[in-house]
Structures are given as structure tokens and as C-alpha cells.
Ligand binder design. Structure first.
Ligand code: 4NP
Length: 182
């Protein structure tokens, strides 16, 4: 009797795939100690605020492995902390194989984008690799997040402002991807 009931449930109320689907985004810069860790931290906080942490996975990486294993730059950590964001990532070099598991890969500048494009043939990347600021509602045609590493503190705050206003648009995009996966 129980088996018949279960078979009935399975046929008429199939497990909702939508409930199980996840998407993954990776933010990529050069060193993975300034721009992309900030984007990861800000985006993770937003995802958590929206209660989507079981559906949206977030990571960051560098096109170089120069700072592999290192925490984010202290100046970036301080700027993030001043806005209530804790950065917990460790530097990691992006690998060509990462593209397979990612739904979205966002490069911080054109040089990062070029490096990523060289890792994979063009068609495979068309719907998953973009410049981060292509989602910036105030990009005014400038699609780069400037590298703050060799500049002063003001550069870190500028990066924060760009990241903060862009992350909600990235979230919208991923929610659309999630809906399509359902
Ligand atoms: P990021 O900044 O790419 O935003 O992490 C940089 C960090 C380190 C270096 C350059 C940029 N570096 O030359 O070591």
C-alpha cells in the first residue's frame, strides 16, 4: 500500500528540480588579493542577505598564481571592514578546468579577460565569461575595475563603490540562470 502511494506521489508530484539546482560564480582579477576577493566578500554577503546561500556558490581567483595561499591585501580588508564586510578568501590561480563547473566567470579588467579567453576556445565561453563592470549600472562605457594595488587608499574605496553597486545586477543575472536550470 505504501509503495503504491509512493509511486503515486512520484508520478504526480515529481521532485522539484528547481529546489536542487545551484549556480556558481567566480570573480577573477590579476593577483586575487584585492579586487576579486572584495567582489567575492560583497557578493557572498548579498547572497546571504537574500537567503540564497544554498543556491549560489561564490569564489574568486587570479589569472596569476603570485599570491596563491595569501589573504587579501590589508588595505582591501580594511576598506571592506569599514563597510561591514569581512574578507576570508585565500589567493588561488584560476585553472582552465574551472570553466566547466562555473556558470559565470567575471573578469575585473580587459587584461584578465584576455588571459581567461586564452585558456578556452571562444564558443564555450560566450554565455559565461564577461567583464564584471558590464553589469555596472553606472559604467558609462568604462568596463574596467582599476587595479588599486600600486595606488593610494582612495583607489580601494573606488573599487568598493563599483563592486557594491554592481553585485545586485550580477545577482539578478544569476537568478535568471537559476530559473533556466529549473
Ligand atoms: P588584484 O591586485 O589583481 O586586484 O588582486 C593586484 C595584486 C597584486 C599585484 C597586482 C595587482 N602584484 O603585482 O603583485
Amino acid at each position: 500500500m505504501v509503495q503504491i502511494f509512493c509511486a503515486y506521489l512520484k508520478r504526480n508530484y515529481p521532485v522539484n528540480q528547481h529546489m536542487n539546482s545551484t549556480v556558481e560564480v567566480c570573480f577573477v582579477c590579476l593577483g586575487n588579493i584585492c579586487r576579486s576577493p572584495l567582489a567575492q566578500g560583497v557578493f557572498e554577503a548579498l547572497v546571504k542577505k537574500e537567503g540564497l546561500q544554498d543556491r549560489i556558490k561564490t569564489s574568486s581567483a587570479g589569472v596569476s598564481g603570485w599570491h596563491a595561499g595569501s589573504p587579501p591585501d590589508v588595505r582591501m580588508q580594511q576598506t571592506a571592514r569599514s563597510h561591514g564586510i569581512q574578507l576570508n578568501s585565500r589567493g588561488r590561480q584560476f585553472q582552465a578546468s574551472d570553466f566547466q563547473q562555473m556558470d559565470l566567470v567575471l573578469a575585473m579588467d580587459h587584461s584578465n579577460l584576455d588571459a581567461l579567453q586564452q585558456m578556452r576556445p571562444e564558443p564555450e565561453l560566450q554565455d559565461k565569461l564577461f567583464l564584471f563592470r558590464s553589469f555596472d549600472p553606472k559604467n558609462d562605457g568604462d568596463l574596467e575595475v582599476p587595479d588599486p594595488y600600486y595606488g593610494g587608499d582612495k583607489g580601494f574605496e573606488t573599487v568598493y563603490q563599483m563592486v557594491e553597486r554592481t553585485c545586485p545586477k550580477v545577482l539578478q543575472h544569476l537568478q535568471t540562470k537559476l530559473a533556466k536550470k529549473a
